[in-house]
Design a protein around this ligand. Structure first.
Ligand SMILES: Cc1cc2nc3c(=O)[nH]c(=O)nc-3n(C[C@H](O)[C@H](O)[C@H](O)COP(=O)(O)O)c2cc1C
Length: 180
């Protein structure tokens, strides 16, 4: 199963259009978590997960975590907001702290394992350094989840048409093959 965490509030999300391009023709089942439709509280560093597996908060994150355990592929699809991934997706990613503590502090049980972990992001600026925060987040998630394949599709100048250059499409096709 492919799980997409969609961090865009836009019904016609440019980032999701890139995600859909990557997934066109896939035969795998897809579950999309729209971050603007779910109730996920911010991690407030309560330290619960340093002592017990799980999280003290009772909200939609429990269902999301169940889906993560079922997923072969996790796709993070989100626009850049002020140099980082949009806040709603970051709220979910910050709640992955439970997995960090489970793995490195409690050293108990197993955390989700993904065959593929893919970051897809767009931003309006042509200055690609604005992706640096998102890339660092992906790097931390790589260390945490140790996916078999890590991929990223980062599209700047998202106000331009067409959104994807020939080079972008080639890169997407390369990633598509590597995900198999
Ligand atoms: C609150 C907010 C902050 C943004 N910050 C940035 C930014 O720091 N750098 C940038 O290049 N674009 C920024 N943008 C533009 C979006 O990243 C861009 O329009 C993106 O392609 C939207 O993707 P979506 O259609 O998938 O939501 C910002 C947009 C909003 C609404």
């Amino acid at each position: 199963m492919i799980v997409i965490i969609n961090g865009s509030p836009n019904k016609k999300s440019k980032t999701m259009s890139v995600t859909n391009k990557l997934l066109e023709h896939t035969s795998e089942s897809i579950t999309t978590i729209n971050t603007y439709d779910v109730n996920v509280q911010s991690c407030d560093d309560c330290q619960y997960c340093n002592y017990k597996i799980g999280c003290s908060k009772k909200d939609d994150m429990n269902d999301i975590c169940e889906k993560l355990y079922e997923a072969d592929t996790l796709i993070l699809s989100a626009p850049i907001y002020f140099g980082g991934l949009s806040d709603k997706i970051m709220s979910i990613i910050n709640r992955f702290q439970r997995f960090y503590s489970q793995k490195y502090i409690l050293k108990e049980g197993s955390i989700p394992h993904f065959k593929n972990l893919i970051l897809i992001s767009t931003q309006s600026s042509d200055k690609t350094r604005m992706f640096n925060g998102a890339k660092e987040t992906l790097n931390i998630l790589d260390i945490l989840f140790k996916p078999t394949y890590l991929g990223q599709i980062l599209i700047p100048s998202s106000d331009q048409t067409p959104l994807l250059s020939e080079e972008d499409i080639q890169n997407i096709n390369v990633i598509k093959k590597k995900m198999k």
